[in-house]
Design a protein around this ligand. Structure first.
Ligand SMILES: Cc1cc2nc3c(=O)[nH]c(=O)nc-3n(C[C@H](O)[C@H](O)[C@H](O)COP(=O)(O)O)c2cc1C
Length: 343
């Protein structure tokens, strides 16, 4: 199977929810939540692409040839590259129900494992979804990162208890889901969490904890003080609140605030190896990619997910060669520039 065949199949099975556009940029699916778009006018997604395209790369090929090394260590495990599969849930109402939640989870967990990276899995308003993700991760030797919603305390700690029974390297909570439409529509409330509540989660956890949905230096510092292992700088793909900033645009100030106290992951409109490079140059340790992985999983199952990962990591390797960056630690801010107009 080729990646082009994956896209063709995905376009057939995802109609009309996702159009599998030549560039996954949030234009065709504006406002479609439930669905695959961003909320309201959709600009919280489309601007992610706009912002990333204004960051340009400094090309430099006058150096000895090398085969770039994209590998890194995170959560105590070795990854083939600084790319992970973002948590995506709600197949019945966001996608076309061609894949059940469990089948989707299997595709991303095993596809990521095959490609040497790791997938986050999701949580949502349907009560049977989250429990179904844990056996899949366990059957992949623990290679998966369960993500829970910021539920009320009792349900939250039940979930953490369930996670402690599988041997996974870390787990996450998408703290921004406190305002998610899909939860409200199904009458399943979730809540913002304070620094103290995050500390309680860290203390109850058996493995590193990641807070997903952090967009300010102040909140990043709260997570660091509470003992979080990592944050994901994310606006949930623009699905929570209209007019949020592109996460990549706040990355640098968050990195300046927290330094090396925590790992920093970012997501939102990252679509190429070049985009991954830009995020690392601005201070991220790794990125999450969401919608394109959902397309790959629908078009080719685990094989599609692995193929897409290989494509992105190959692109990253080529950019690293053309910017004289033999390893990820050589990707520095001086290798990018902001350009006001896209030609
Ligand atoms: C249909 C859909 C469902 C999602 N479900 C979840 C979820 O269950 N948990 C979560 O933390 N994020 C969820 N997200 C957000 C993604 O994890 C990610 O933050 C976002 O899609 C940004 O990346 P992208 O532009 O690469 O898609 C969802 C996004 C989409 C599009």
């Amino acid at each position: 199977m080729t990646y082009e065949e994956v896209l063709q199949k995905a376009a057939e099975v995802l109609k009309p929810k996702c159009r599998v556009c030549p560039e996954c940029n949030g234009v065709a699916c504006r406002g479609e939540v439930p669905g695959v778009g961003a909320i309201g006018d959709g600009s919280a997604f489309t601007l992610c692409r706009d912002y990333l395209s204004r960051i340009r790369l400094q090309m430099d090929a006058v150096h000895p040839h090398f085969d770039a090394d994209t590998s890194l260590e995170m959560f105590g495990i070795q990854l083939a590259g600084p790319v992970m599969v973002a948590p995506i849930g709600g197949m019945p109402f966001n996608y076309t129900n061609v894949l059940t939640e469990t089948e989707y989870c299997e595709a991303v967990v095993f596809g990521a494992k095959e490609a040497g990276i790791i997938a986050f899995t999701g949580d949502g308003p349907l009560d049977d979804y989250f429990p179904s993700t844990l056996p899949v991760i366990a059957s992949a030797g623990g290679l998966g990162i369960p993500t829970i919603k910021p539920w009320a305390k009792e349900k939250l700690f039940d979930r953490i208890d369930d996670i402690s029974k599988i041997d996974c390297p870390a787990f996450a909570m998408d703290i921004d889901s406190a305002a998610l439409v899909n939860l409200k529509l199904q009458g399943k409330p979730a809540f913002a969490k304070s620094e103290e509540e995050i500390r309680e989660i860290v203390e109850a956890a058996q493995c590193p904890f990641i807070v997903k949905g952090v967009m300010t230096p102040e909140s990043a510092l709260r997570c660091a003080r509470a003992g979080a292992y990592a944050i994901v700088v994310s606006s949930h793909g623009g699905r929570i609140m209209q007019d949020t900033l592109p996460p990549v645009s706040v990355l640098s100030e968050i990195k300046d605030a927290v330094g090396d106290q925590m790992k920093i992951i970012v997501d939102g409109g990252i679509r190429s190896g070049s985009d991954v490079f830009k995020c690392l140059a601005l201070g991220a340790d790794a990125v999450l990619i969401g919608r394109p992985y959902a397309i790959a999983a629908h078009g080719g199952g685990a094989e599609g997910v692995a193929l897409y990962t290989e494509k992105i990591l190959q692109e990253l390797k080529e950019v690293m060669l053309m910017t004289d960056s033999p390893t990820l630690s050589d990707i520095t801010k001086d290798k990018i520039r902001f350009y006001p107009v896209v030609g």
